[in-house]
Design a protein around this ligand. Structure first.
Ligand SMILES: [Fe+2]
Length: 228
């Protein structure tokens, strides 16, 4: 079965992911090598210091370069963004412009520093005001206490492949998938050395065919804008 990578920084020079076209092409080659056929392209969007129109224009330019290269390799690229939450984001940014493809889903990253209840107010506004369905990026990155609070929201949650490295961590995150705490997986690929895609492959191997299939089925349904 073909694989969907739900979180990837593959557009050249759009963020600190791929620093050049050469690196982007290496990333595409690695994706293909590990049987990925669809990549959700989630360049960072830091809305408190980045103009939305500039971002969209630069993303479009980068996509125009990358799409033919992806097509040559049999890869589909879905335009999206990794949107970092900040105070009043739902009022300040037209989040609809940053949706995953044509769906109503939005990949949302929590703040890097500890956060207060304002985060949950924003999540509520993103759902009710912007009419979007947040997917929480790399749930594995946040402290346990925050993970518990986030899970209470019954959203969709994405896990990073590198979380599965090591025996104990691997078991923990395999259980997250088994218990349906997380519904989609991404490489979160940044560089071109292939390590992130090797982690992606290793995580799916650790999960086994049954859980890989359910993650990919979820990803496919989300991309078709269906509920999971
Ligand atoms: Fe990321």
């Amino acid at each position: 079965m073909k694989r969907i990578d739900f979180h990837a920084h593959i557009l050249p020079e759009l963020d600190h992911g791929s620093k050049s076209l050469e690196i982007s092409l290496q990333q595409l080659d690695w994706a293909k090598r590990v049987q990925v056929d669809t990549i959700v392209s989630t360049s960072h969007f830091y809305g408190w210091r980045r103009d939305l129109d500039d971002f969209l224009e630069e993303r479009q330019k980068a996509l125009e370069i990358i799409l033919p290269e992806a097509e040559q390799r049999g890869l589909t690229i879905i335009p999206a963004a990794e949107v970092t939450i900040f105070r009043n984001i739902a009022d300040k940014v037209d989040l609809n412009a940053l949706r995953i493809g044509d769906t109503s889903y939005l990949l949302l990253e929590m703040p890097q520093e500890t956060w207060g209840n304002w985060v949950y107010t924003e999540i509520e506004k993103i759902i009710s005001k912007a009419g979007l369905q947040p997917i929480i990026a790399h749930l594995d990155r946040y402290p346990d206490r925050d993970v518990e609070s986030l899970l209470e929201w019954n959203l969709i949650y994405q896990v990073n492949a590198d979380a599965f490295k090591g025996f104990w961590a691997g078991r923990k995150y395999v259980n997250w998938v088994k218990n349906n705490f997380v519904q989609v997986i991404g490489s979160d690929v940044h560089g071109g050395d292939g390590q992130d895609y090797l982690n992606f492959e290793a995580a799916l191997k650790k999960l086994g065919p049954q859980y890989e299939q359910s993650l990919m089925k979820n990803a496919r349904r989300i991309l078709a804008d269906k509920r999971i």
